[in-house]
Design a protein around this ligand. Structure first.
Ligand code: NAG
Ligand code: NAG
Ligand code: NAG
Ligand code: NAG
Ligand code: NAG
Ligand code: ZN
Length: 506
């Protein structure tokens, strides 16, 4: 090949690449960030399954000759030396979490423990194919890895901090070793609104009850005169209960509870076999199901009642809400009418939504509560139903009071067991630190400072390292924790550029 042909071919090749530019996510800019993100998407990492992503990070450290360490719970720190001339700067942590929420649409076949997330380009956004994307917090992880290996970045000594199992109650942060970190500043890259720097976050608590109901073997006559139906609520938005609750999305468990309450109050002979609402304790349920035994001769009445009920739903927020009643195959024993009515009264009475706003920060939610999960297990001759709710608040007192209110409903209904779980503290806003000053100055444009209603690991990390200054930020991620999760491509570039300016300015 002559030199001329080589050059000609190279030009043609470049043009072809440009013509097809951005046909895959890996080719997006900044390339280094999207390459790491694609690697992470191909690495299964649902909560409680961290071994593959841990190996990936160890390999990353080994390949780049970075030292790394872990603590007992499995958090990872990769130590990255300063770039030339920045050796005397304070040590800064880039902190992210490695796990992701595993949510998919009901008809999507996908195994979060084995399958690679399918990345799709959708206009200005990257999304997945009917599953969560894991931009929360895969994009944060990718930015952190990119900074460490970007030959054009300037920074002081860094610690890349990867916590585990954040999405299931901040397990990594809560159990973090008090001697793991040596940094003075911490950048938490687990946020989802570009243009906002977070300086505070809500604490949370799960308030949980078990109801154990005796199941009733049906007589042969009852078996013949009754049938099993499923009442199914689908098509709701759902969303993260910290980030989306202010939009007042309908809660599929509450919709189901109201419908079932009305059917039972009208005297219909409905016996509960199974109730199943929600997929995660930190998400607003999008779908819910009750499997019940009813007399055959009221099937059309139940169906008609349900159609009227659906018709009366507010479709402004939830235009796609769908409530179906359909025959269902199931030979498990139901529980009694009184128990069935008790359960749906409990679900109906539980508070849901924003409870109060912060009087000093207009528009800032202070306290909320979500009915997150209702799950049934069949024991020998019992139905065991577990109800999980989550309360959030920047005020530790308010969080306790609303949890007490939820407990009161459970106690009134004679729950078998009432308990609280996975409690974590809030991060109280501090607007005075040097880190925040540098961040605002290097943002390059208008920037807001806010507290978030979601839980951040910052609160827990701060309790172990009280003098650590921290901020939290990230690109635009919408509908996190749902199969609609997507990340805005341009905001990833802007977040990356901001991080580089900030690290240079520290
Ligand atoms: C999404 O996944 C389904 C199978 O689950 C597949 O048939 C479809 O082609 C995928 N869509 C895209 C845009 O890749
Ligand atoms: C997700 O599944 C629905 C059908 O359930 C389909 O209409 C839609 O195109 C799918 N989304 C993608 C990105 O393939
Ligand atoms: C169900 O509740 C009603 C009214 O509270 C009561 O009269 C009835 O005895 C209860 N039935 C059973 C089987 O406990
Ligand atoms: C009922 O289920 C909950 C949650 O799965 C469990 O903690 C509890 O031990 C169960 N109760 C019985 C009697 O098995
Ligand atoms: C409450 O439940 C216990 C068993 O969990 C039962 O022994 C008791 O009778 C119940 N009390 C009422 C008022 O239903
Ligand atoms: Zn996250």
């Amino acid at each position: 090949m002559t030199r001329f042909t080589k050059k000609y071919l190279l030009i043609v090749l470049t043009l072809c690449i440009q013509a097809y530019f951005c046909t895959t996510v890996k080719e997006l800019q900044p390339n280094i960030v999207w390459t790491y993100f694609s690697d992470l998407a191909a690495t299964p990492r649902p909560s409680f399954h961290s071994s593959e992503v841990t190996s990936y990070l160890f390999k990353f450290a080994q390949q780049n000759n970075f030292k790394y360490k872990t603590d007992d719970v499995g958090n990872i720190v990769i130590v990255v030396p300063a770039t030339k001339g920045f050796e005397d700067k304070p040590i800064t942590c880039l902190q992210t979490h490695t796990d992701m929420v595993a949510e998919k649409n009901i008809d999507k076949h996908f195994d979060f423990e084995k399958d690679a997330i399918e990345l799709l380009l959708d206009g200005d956004w990257v999304r997945a194919n009917n599953t969560t994307l894991g931009a929360d917090d895969g994009i944060g992880c990718a930015i952190s890895l990119a900074i460490a290996t970007d030959s054009e970045a300037s920074h002081g000594p860094l610690e890349l901090v990867f916590t585990i199992d954040e999405e299931v109650g901040l397990i990594g942060a809560i159990n973090m070793d008090k001697k793991l970190l040596d940094c003075s500043y911490l950048l938490n890259l687990d946020n989802s609104v570009y243009g906002t720097i977070y300086v505070g976050s809500a604490g949370g608590i799960n308030t949980v009850a078990d109801f154990e109901f005796d199941s009733l073997p049906l007589t042969v006559e009852q078996e013949e005169s009754r049938c099993v139906v499923q009442v199914l609520v689908t098509g709701l938005h759902g969303g993260h209960s910290g980030n989306a609750i202010h939009k007042q999305p309908a809660n599929a468990a509450k919709v189901l509870a109201t419908l079932m309450f009305e059917l039972l109050e009208a005297g219909m002979d409905i016996l509960l076999i199974d109730v199943d609402c929600g997929h995660a304790d930190n998400a607003i349920p999008r779908e819910s199901s009750a499997i019940v035994s009813i007399p055959k001769n009221i099937f059309s009445q139940v169906q008609h009642f349900t159609q009227t009920f659906q018709h009366n739903q507010d479709t402004l927020v939830e235009p796609d809400i769908r409530i179906q009643v359909q025959y269902f195959e199931n030979d498990q024993h139901p529980t009694g009418y009184n128990e069935t009515f008790t359960l749906f009264q409990v679900l109906n009475a539980l508070p849901y939504g924003v409870i109060s706003y912060n009087l000093h920060m207009p528009g800032q939610i202070e306290t909320s509560t979500n009915l997150a999960l209702v799950k049934t297990t069949h024991l020998d001759n019992k139905l065991n139903i577990t109800i999980t709710t989550m309360q959030r608040s920047t005020s530790d007192h308010s969080r306790k009071y609303i949890s007490d209110q939820v407990k009161s409903v459970f106690y009134l209904a004679n729950a078998s067991r009432v308990r609280t779980e996975v409690e974590y503290g809030g991060w109280h806003p501090d607007l005075t630190g040097e880190l925040l000053k540098v961040a605002i100055n290097s943002f390059g444009g208008p920037v807001k400072t806010k507290a978030t209603h979601a839980g951040l690991e910052c609160g827990e990390i701060k309790s172990k390292y009280p003098s650590l200054q921290m901020i939290s930020y990230g690109p635009d991620i919408v509908d996190a924790h749902t199969p609609n999760e997507r990340v805005r491509i341009e905001s990833v570039r802007l977040t990356y550029e901001f991080t580089k300016r900030l690290l240079k300015g520290i």
